[in-house]
Design a protein. Structure first.
Ligand code: LMR
Length: 407
């Protein structure tokens, strides 16, 4: 029966993370997967999450199914966090929000929904983008194209090329955007650039699908949602996938949300109905536990304040690591082509290392980066940052020797 099944080539991020787990070397360093590790290299259990769990433990009850769309109170808090309290579309009930299995689940439910209602549309993702974006939309049946985004020359955004490409995208095609902390490059649009993109979206009638997987890791919770809120304030229809994997350190609980901004309450209710139909056809209904934790934290003022301060501390630590690795690399390389380490933001930096150099880092030094050269800065700490910088310098200097080339 399964004779003809081909071997799975592996996933560029998750399979690498699994390889890391079984690597026996004691001094290995995992900078591959987008997960936040603390100053001691441990995955944190946030104090706000722990307190919420303790409170939930005293309310042990039976385990019914959740509705297909998820826990209603959770859906409301998701909407509030993503769109803000002052959002007119929210008070007018123009937004359909449902609980999803993390951000990936939101993308998948959104993709399946869109494929049914826009069968002729194509999807446009940034070049580069998170590897799974292409996979999710192609598996939903879409043709996936790219628009220019990152300049390897400057280590920043190639905004003019991006705008030029966006202007040529046909009406009612789907435009995938990263709200903040672009994955994999760490390069974001500023507010004025977002405004220009939004003008094109409105004029050319594109359908934005915004991935908000890292809310709170850029500037702060509100600023990171700027693109979403600006689209909504312009009265544009859009989809937003958000996740609590990173900002609550709740990876395995698969907590996320999908929101669709509509033009009327009636439309939003029909869209929500269709989304629940997609959920039913895929996995019936989402799990309860993580949603209860997130809801408890966000709705308890003291826990919410604690959570926000813990999240801010995570960002501060990531920023400190950016500076440390930058300083150490600067002791090897005098030119300023390394400044992307401190200019890019969020969990990731696009190092510019080639696949071959990434391979050498892993094999010779036990330092794991994604093949594209993406480094998860959140995996650095004061014990490993020097080792990592020295390993990178080592690999780069070898290259210099053999090819007299530059970083
Ligand atoms: C990442 O980009 O490393 C994370 O979002 C984890 C994943 O699922 O790929």
């Amino acid at each position: 029966m399964f004779e003809h099944v081909e071997a799975f080539p592996g996933d560029p991020i998750l399979s690498l993370n699994e390889d890391f787990q079984v690597d026996p070397r004691a001094n290995k360093v995992n900078l591959s997967i987008g997960m936040y590790f603390d100053a001691h290299g441990n995955l944190p259990l946030m104090a706000a999450v722990r307190d919420a769990e303790n409170a939930l433990a005293s309310e042990i009850k039976a385990h019914p199914y959740l509705p297909m769309s998820g826990l209603p109170s959770y859906r409301d808090t998701v909407q509030q966090l993503v769109f803000g309290n002052a959002c007119g579309a929210r008070t007018q009930r123009l937004i359909a929000t449902l609980q999803t299995l993390g951000g990936s689940g939101a993308l998948k439910v959104g993709a399946d929904f869109l494929r049914r209602i826009f069968p002729d549309a194509q999807v446009w993702i940034s070049d580069p983008s998170w590897e799974n974006h292409r996979v999710v939309f192609e598996r939903a049946g879409f043709t996936v194209n790219t628009y220019p985004y990152y300049s390897s020359t400057t280590g920043g955004l190639c905004f003019d090329e991006m705008l030029h490409a966006l202007r040529a995208i046909p009406q009612r095609h789907i435009l995938l955007l990263h709200a903040c902390c672009h994955n994999p490059t760490g390069v974001d649009l500023d507010r004025n650039q977002w405004r220009e993109v939004i003008l094109i979206i409105a004029k050319n009638k594109l359908l934005p699908f915004v991935d908000l997987a890292y809310q709170g890791f850029g500037v702060d919770l509100d600023d990171d949602a700027f693109a979403v809120r600006e689209l909504t304030a312009h009265g544009l229809s859009c989809l937003v996938a958000n996740s609590f994997s990173k900002n609550f350190s709740l990876y395995g609980e698969r907590c996320g949300g999908l929101s669709v901004v509509c033009q009327s309450t009636n439309e939003a209710s029909r869209v929500l109905g269709q989304l629940t139909g997609v959920v039913r056809a895929n996995y019936s209904n989402p799990p309860t536990y993580g949603a209860k934790i997130v809801h408890r934290v966000l709705c308890t003022p003291a826990l919410r304040a604690l959570w926000q301060s813990e999240l801010a501390a995570m960002c501060k630590r990531i920023s400190a690591m950016r500076h440390l690795i930058y300083q150490r690399l600067r002791s090897y390389f005098a030119d300023d082509k390394l400044s992307h380490y401190i200019r890019q933001r969020g969990m990731f930096t696009y190092t510019g290392l080639s696949a071959e150099q990434v391979n050498r880092l892993r094999i010779e030094h036990g330092v794991y980066l994604v093949r594209s050269g993406r480094m998860c800065i959140a995996g650095l700490n004061e014990q490993n940052v020097i080792v990592v910088a020295d390993a990178i310098a080592n690999v780069l200097l070898d290259r210099k020797k053999s090819k007299s080339s530059q970083i």
